[in-house]
Design a protein around this ligand. Structure first.
Ligand code: PLP
Length: 376
């Protein structure tokens, strides 16, 4: 009923428990639920692979944040994303970004090859490329990642959704890096939003989780429910508790991380040791206008640096950083640096001189000093 996301998050989306007055939902560990003498279940929960009462508040909160009809949590971001493609049929055609989260791209190429799905990897921030790739009647899904790892290209969700709808295709958006604080993809016309909740939603680098949010409880969503039920990639109750707990501070964390990322990108732009600073909040970013129109409250806490001197120079800079942990993942309270080319296969399109930064909650001035010292 029209609550701001700050209020929704602070309250955890949940009513206070009537029996005990708990302001935090409890962790329900039972895998099975007893029926009464008439063989009725007391609630929706019957077996924890269908629904777990600890997961429900996290799902309800995320659905409210995204303005969706329902949300489903999964055991990881990959479990959530792969479920979407596993509900397509051989012969279906899919469009996905050329530059996207590597783990999903690698799986998708292999899955489509083995199961007979058509796949086009295109620059989804280029509307002409999307238009040219759409096959009316055959394209079932256009997958976007906004902004896209690790170059932070920004696809125009509303424009792609319009093209896709005209061709009879659905649109799914991996909004992990944007979070619902910056992007409401469903309001822009997407059918489905996906999150690696391992990242900003949980926010503390201590739980693996994923989520899907749907605009409508339609047939495609029912297929996804069946997929989760049968595939069994559900979230454990302890992780569900951690994700729900983490989400309650999502907006304050993400706004601060975005403000710091913008300050860092601005301070380093034009640095003699860098070929480029990739951040959608910079006016020089090729899709800055789209980003400014479609994002709310900032441009996200992720940016990348292209270091002058190639992979070796980039690794040397990473090695000199003191305030950033050299680790994969993103969206936690601690800042991380990653040389993506080291962890991706040789045929990856990611530039070899690229360092990806996940900006945490440290003092932004100290992060800038650390980066300047490492680049000097
Ligand atoms: C991490 C990530 C994933 C995969 O999520 P897991 O929780 O690691 O399975 C998918 N997309 C993006 C953009 C990510 O950052």
């Amino acid at each position: 009923m029209g609550r701001s996301i700050d209020t929704l998050l602070a309250h955890g989306g949940a009513a206070i428990d009537a029996a005990y007055g708990e302001v935090v939902p409890p962790i329900h560990v039972s895998t099975t639920y007893a029926r009464d003498a008439a063989y009725r279940l007391p609630s929706k929960a019957g077996y924890t692979r269908d629904d777990n009462p600890t997961t429900l508040p996290a799902e309800a909160l995320l659905a409210a944040l995204e303005g969706g009809a329902e949300a489903m949590m999964f055991g990881s971001g990959m479990a959530a994303a792969t479920a979407v493609f596993l509900t397509l049929a051989p012969g279906d055609h899919v469009i996905a970004p050329r530059m996207m989260y590597w783990g999903l791209r690698g799986w998708l190429v292999e899955h489509c090859r083995r199961f007979g799905l058509g796949l086009d990897l295109v620059e989804t921030h280029d509307l002409d490329a999307v238009r040219a790739a759409l096959r009316p009647g055959a394209t079932r899904l256009v997958w976007l990642e906004v902004p896209a790892n690790p170059t932070w290209d920004v696809a125009d969700v509303a424009a792609v959704a319009e093209l896709a709808r005209a061709a009879g295709a659905r649109v799914g958006v991996d909004a992990t890096a944007a979070t619902p604080v910056h992007l409401r993809a469903l309001a822009l016309g997407a059918d489905l939003v996906m999150h690696s909740a391992t990242k900003y939603l949980n926010g503390h680098s201590d739980a693996l989780a994923g989520a899907l949010v749907t605009a409508a409880c339609d047939e495609a969503w029912q297929r996804l429910r069946t997929q989760r039920h049968d595939g069994g990639a559900v979230l454990g109750p302890f992780e569900a508790y951690l994700v729900h707990r983490g989400m309650r501070t999502l907006a304050v964390r993400v706004r601060r991380q975005s403000a710091s990322a913008l300050a860092i990108a601005t301070a380093l732009e034009g640095h003699a040791g860098l070929e480029a600073v990739l951040y959608p909040g910079l006016p020089a970013h090729p899709q800055h206008a789209v980003a400014a129109r479609q994002f709310t409250d900032g441009f996200g806490g992720m940016l990348s640096l292209r270091v002058r001197g190639g992979a070796e120079a980039a690794l040397a800079v990473a090695g000199r950083l003191r305030c950033f942990a050299r680790a994969t993942s993103l969206g936690g309270v601690e800042s991380l640096v990653e040389h993506r080319a080291t962890v991706e296969p040789p045929d990856s399109p990611v530039p070899r001189d690229l360092l990806r930064l996940s900006i945490g909650l440290e003092d932004p001035g100290e992060l800038i000093d650390d980066l300047r010292a490492a680049l000097a």
